[in-house]
Ligand binder design. Structure first.
Ligand code: AMP
Ligand code: MG
Length: 493
């Protein structure tokens, strides 16, 4: 098993992590390996799937060149600061440098206890592992920046939650596992030296194009600006596909701008900005429509952590931080505006596009309309108004769509290109397939009984989310109202 590790994080200060080898499991068995991703990483998928590879993926063998560590981080969870979190059930094996030169973390999630485990067992159950595999891979296919799933293995051991569940380990690949909470950890300890080193490291690794000024706080400002931009773009993408992260704590907010930690996530069926799924999100802090605001809240925590580096004088530092944060709202609005414009088949920028889109979204919420279906059917309406009736049928009051469609068509009349070309372009941004909550649950329930068939079928459909796949039409359809009303998710521990 040859893996091209180069472990730059382990070369930083030792207090940034703890050495922590994975704890071997009783009976490792491969569940699934991601061949396409292996190839991109320059890893031989057959070797990964061999007994030797599975031993590595399960944490039973530490491969040559790996330097397993658990990363230290803190975080704001539901608004409250927790000084010490850290990788309590994940071990970073090392960084893989792919043939394309990109450096990616290879982490085993569910690899056993670490010095950051507190009361936890360091393990993961099969359901949450397969959920992260399915949903993160679907996000990648939808074009949303995300951590990836390289493989999932069963451990042959039980994990004890409310009940005894089969255990599993997820091999996760990420641009890095640096979080806003990583910076908060050192800021809380007034460890300026570590903060400075981390800032330089993150800037070089994730924002190599940034040109920091030579002033003392140049790197910190450049990093903050980079993360603000990346998060604005990321959340705009989430909003475009109806993704609800569910637990946007600062320890789950990636410095690289990837979606990370798929615990209680879900996808909107019926469009509703107020919708939450997580059983513990009682106040709706992480509701679908709150996500853009919460991202700014999280970025403000990053700015606070960086204050000591931004300028020697505190009021200067605050001024710089505020200046950077002010860019967030316009950046998000621009990014989401582009997402919505594309969804509506618009390529030119029109002054009233945002109003047109907002009007549609408001009518969708009022009319209890399925988010994904609406935009997918709208592609056909772009081709011919004959399809309007089918779109309108999604609304409680079909007239609400038909009157909006008049405005839309007036706007589309300013666009270049043929109706057919527009419909095709819309089909490349408005997916037919998202990981529907009920289908994900079905796939996980079957996997729990030892049948990975539904998981594979769903995974295959989600790998091509923009293609019509008539044979999988049942996977595109929304669940009934009863399911939607009661569906709740739980943190994947
Ligand atoms: P999460 O809710 O998955 O973002 O995790 C929050 C914190 O709890 C992180 O520090 C995790 O490492 C830790 N954690 C979650 N589950 C476990 C577990 N089973 N054992 C040890 N630590 C855990
Ligand atoms: Mg987390």
């Amino acid at each position: 098993m040859k893996l091209a590790f180069d472990n730059s994080y382990a070369r930083l200060f030792e207090r940034m992590y703890a050495r922590a080898a994975p704890t071997p499991v009783r009976a490792p068995a491969l569940l699934r390996v991601n061949r396409a991703l292996s190839e991109r990483l320059g890893v031989d998928a057959d070797a990964l799937a061999s007994p030797e590879g599975v031993a590595v993926l399960a944490g039973n063998v530490v491969p040559e060149g790996a330097e397993p560590i658990a990363l230290a981080y803190a975080g704001h969870q539901f608004g409250s600061f927790v000084r010490q979190l850290g990788d309590g059930r994940a071990v970073l094996l090392g960084e893989l440098v792919a043939p394309d030169g990109a450096r990616r973390d290879l982490q085993l999630k569910g690899a056993g206890r670490t010095p950051f485990s507190r009361g936890g067992d360091g393990r993961a159950a099969l359901g949450p592992v397969l959920r992260e595999y399915l949903v993160s891979e679907a996000m990648a296919a939808l074009g949303v920046p995300t951590t990836r799933a390289l493989a999932a293995v069963a451990t042959g051991e039980l994990v004890h939650r409310d009940e005894a569940l089969p255990g599993a380990v997820l091999a996760r690949v990420a641009a890095s596992h640096l979080r806003v909470g990583t910076f908060e950890y050192f800021a809380a300890r007034e460890d300026r030296e570590a903060l400075q080193s981390l800032t330089k490291y993150a800037l070089e690794r994730h924002y190599p194009g940034a040109r920091p000024s030579d002033e003392a706080g140049g790197e910190a400002l450049a990093l903050l600006e980079g993360v603000i931009e990346a998060q604005a773009e990321l959340v705009a993408r989430w909003m475009g596909v109806g993704f609800v992260h569910g637990v946007m704590n600062t320890d789950n907010t990636s410095i690289a701008g990837e979606t990370i930690d798929y615990g209680p996530c879900a996808f909107l069926d019926t469009y509703s900005p107020a919708r939450t799924y997580s059983s513990i999100d009682r106040g709706g802090r992480y509701a679908f429509g709150n996500q853009p605001r919460i991202a700014l809240w999280n970025l403000t925590r990053l700015a606070e952590a960086l204050l000591p580096l931004l300028a020697a004088d505190e009021s200067d530092a605050v001024r710089l931080a505020e200046g950077a944060l002010e860019a967030y709202v316009p950046r998000f609005e621009a990014a989401y505006g582009e997402v919505l414009r594309a969804k509506l088949g618009l390529t030119r920028r029109g002054a009233d596009d945002r109003l047109l889109a907002r009007d549609l979204l408001e009518r969708m919420a009022a009319g209890h309309v399925d988010h994904t279906r609406l935009f997918r059917r709208l592609c056909e309406s772009a081709r011919t108004p004959e399809a309007d009736a089918e779109v309108a049928a999604l609304f409680d009051d079909p007239g609400a769509f038909l009157s909006w469609a008049e405005d839309w068509r007036r706007r589309v009349a300013d666009e270049p290109g043929t109706a057919d070309a527009r419909a095709d372009a819309m089909r490349r941004v408005n997916p037919a397939f998202i990981p529907r909550n009920h289908r994900v649950e079905e796939a996980l329930a079957a996997a729990h009984e030892g049948d990975l068939g539904p998981f594979d079928a769903l995974h295959a459909a989600l790998a091509r989310p923009f293609d019509e796949q008539p044979e999988s039409a049942h996977l595109a359809a929304p669940p009934d109202a009863e399911f939607q009303e009661h569906y709740r998710t739980f943190c994947g521990t």
